[in-house]
Write a new protein. Structure first.
Length: 187
């Protein structure tokens, strides 16, 4: 597995090795032993799987507050997405910075999203399936959203008119709710 750090500390691109022949291919998307050797010893407790029918569907920006904050390992198993993370760790040198990575069934890349980041994606094709692992269970009491087009971040989604859920369309700006994450508390 290729492990690539990004410009934002803690956000990592993982590209599993594919083993192929005339029948197709096989890939190991997670191996606890190999990942622990690479310093990624994470206790996954929940797997999620979403389907988006139309290109231009935007899901995000989401996070869970402590003590139920989640690390996520995101992959696109059908179609393609522009996966976006925004650092909201107060005291971080990259606070407010965002990163976008294309994840697709074709490229097989995965994105490790640590606690303290907003996360969202926009579909680049029709009929998209996204799967992700989480280090804590979904908790409605800790679930939060930030507006996808919050001017504080100026994320380039590639569109100004995405397909949104009511929840995401009505999400507040980060300045209205504040960040519950402090970099030094997460070390």
């Amino acid at each position: 597995m290729l492990v690539e750090p990004t410009d934002i500390r803690g956000v990592i691109i993982l590209t599993p090795r594919r083993f192929g022949d005339a029948r197709g291919w096989f890939v190991e998307t997670w191996n606890a032993t190999r990942m622990a050797e690479a310093g990624l010893d994470l206790p996954w407790v929940q797997d999620n799987h979403s389907f988006s029918a139309a290109r231009g569907t935007l899901r995000g920006l989401h996070f869970q507050t402590p003590p139920r904050a989640q690390d996520k390992l995101v992959r696109c198993s059908r179609g393609a997405i522009r996966d976006v993370v925004v650092d909201i760790r107060l005291g971080s040198p990259s606070y407010g910075k965002w990163l976008a990575v294309e994840l697709s069934a074709e490229n097989g890349r995965q994105l490790l999203v640590p606690k303290g980041f907003l996360h969202g994606f926009i579909t680049l094709t029709d009929d998209v399936e996204v799967q992700y692992k989480c280090t804590d269970f979904y908790s409605p009491e800790h679930d939060r959203s930030v507006r996808w087009n919050d001017p504080a971040f100026q994320v380039d989604w590639g569109t100004t008119d995405p397909i949104l859920s009511d929840k995401d369309a009505k999400a507040p700006l980060l300045a209205e709710i504040g960040s519950p994450f402090r970099l030094e508390a997460m070390a």
